[in-house]
Design a protein around this ligand. Structure first.
Ligand SMILES: C[S@@+](CC[C@H](N)C(=O)[O-])C[C@H]1O[C@@H](n2cnc3c(N)ncnc32)[C@H](O)[C@@H]1O
Length: 427
């Protein structure tokens, strides 16, 4: 956003207060940012204020490591959390949103309690004098996550992953009726391998061509790969065990499968239903816990896009980096193992199971596959071929699974792990 897009002076403080609320919610807990973006108080702001507030909060989150490093160089004592957040937002505006430095400082100072205004003013001016902070990858990622990525992928890939944190992603769409060159042209989109569209366009997607007719949905290019790898054919049965918000269910339905979509969250499942309604696609939607879903049916294809630490989604959700805790990973791994065991029961002999997670952590990916194959002698890996489903070449591993890293294509994509299994035929 450019300086001329910044809100008018009378709403300047309202928008910045909105940004503060978003940043505080984002750093308080996982999912906090999405909740705050959907809260009545935030939705009551003007569209311009909302978009500015979101842009400032997102910039603060994408550059949080370097911002905090710069602040630590100027602060003699740790300020309260709200003051640090205000400082972070002030710097985010001045360095990454083209807000004039004087406006960033003045508005931040105005939102500061009187006794602390001198301090905030001095700290901001001090950092601004030094210029934008260094954005070396080791400053962008939380150190414990960077250490994990180093251990898993080596120094060069770990650095390349972390370098993506500061970059604002494009918007990716999945087409309902691919290929749709008319739609691609109307949206001025680049068509990626696999058929996803990539757009530089920003703003409210509901106003874009083709939205009302349901000709596409928003879905990261990497998130669109797992459903393609099920290779469902028209009329086959498919179960999507963790379906919400529903991009993969829509893909399976668009491919002509008879889809059953499960999610344990009734609220999130409503988003699947509204996506189906908008696109005119059909699927059976059920609120259920996939681990103990009491349903004896088996399916030609099963997709388990399991709940995970979501560390691969930091390009669109930079807050995941700062909310993730080391202890999350072993507990999520246990859940994933249970869900995989349940998924296995849903696959007809001869049928396919795809397991995916938007996590960069090997315990949630490679280790799950190894454990699953030990527990389920009736399944074997069904290796992916080079480029299948639009996957980047670098993601294909010798075992035949995909480890997609965020820098694997120009412009980036979400980090994902994807494996495909086939259940032995009964005969
Ligand atoms: C990674 S998201 C799925 C994203 C979805 N596949 C898509 O493409 O839009 C994980 C989902 O799993 C759901 N979930 C978590 N535990 C579950 C369980 N035990 N049974 C069913 N759904 C579960 C969550 O509510 C969440 O919607």
């Amino acid at each position: 956003m450019n300086a001329q897009d910044a809100p008018a002076p009378e709403s300047a403080l309202v928008a910045r207060q909105g940004a503060l609320t978003l940043l505080q919610a984002a750093l308080a807990r996982r999912g906090g940012l999405d909740e705050a973006l959907g809260a009545g108080r935030f939705l009551a702001l003007s569209p311009q204020d909302r978009s500015f507030a979101r842009a400032v909060a997102m910039a603060a989150l994408r550059h949080l490591g370097p911002i905090d490093r710069a602040l630590d160089g100027k602060l003699k004592r740790e300020p309260t959390a709200p003051i640090r957040d205000l400082l972070r937002l002030g710097l985010a505006q001045a360095f990454w949103l083209d807000t004039p430095a004087f406006a960033a400082v003045d508005t931040t100072v105005s939102l500061t309690p009187k006794p602390l205004r001198g301090l905030v003013n001095a700290v901001l001016r001090g950092v601004l004098r030094d210029g934008a902070p260094a954005e070396a990858p080791e400053f962008l990622a939380p150190p414990w996550l960077l250490a994990r990525w180093r251990a898993a992928y080596g120094e060069a890939d770990a650095q390349a992953i972390a370098a993506q944190i500061a970059l604002e992603p494009a918007t990716d769409l999945t087409l309902r009726d691919p290929p749709d060159s008319v739609m691609a042209a109307d949206l001025e989109a680049e068509t990626l391998a696999g058929g996803s569209l990539r757009l530089v366009r920003r703003g409210d997607v509901a106003t874009w061509p083709g939205y009302d007719e349901g000709r596409w949905w928003v879905q990261d290019a990497a998130a669109a790969i797992p459903a393609r790898l099920l290779r469902v054919e028209a009329g086959q049965t498919a179960v999507d065990l963790c379906a919400a918000p529903g991009g993969k269910t829509l893909q399976l339905a668009a491919a002509g499968a008879r889809v059953t979509a499960l999610d344990k969250s009734a609220g999130r499942l409503r988003r699947v239903a509204s996506g189906l309604a908008r696109t005119g696609l059909t699927a059976e939607t059920l609120t259920a816990d996939a681990a103990d879903w009491a349903d004896a049916r088996t399916f030609d294809a099963a997709l388990l896009d399991a709940p995970c630490s979501a560390t691969g989604t930091f390009r669109r959700h930079p807050d995941v980096l700062w909310n993730a805790r080391p202890g999350d990973i072993p507990s999520l791994s246990q859940v994933q193992g249970r869900l995989l065991d349940s998924a296995a029961r849903r696959v007809t002999p001869g049928g396919i199971l795809v397991y995916s997670v938007c996590s960069l952590e090997p315990e949630e990916g490679e280790a799950q596959v190894r454990g699953f194959l030990k527990r389920h002698a009736d399944f074997r890996l069904e290796p992916m071929t080079l480029g299948e489903g639009g996957a980047p070449a670098a993601a294909l591993k010798a075992e035949g699974w995909l480890r997609i890293l965020p820098h694997h294509i120009r412009g980036g994509l979400d980090g994902f792990f994807i494996a495909r299994f086939r259940r032995h035929s009964a005969d």
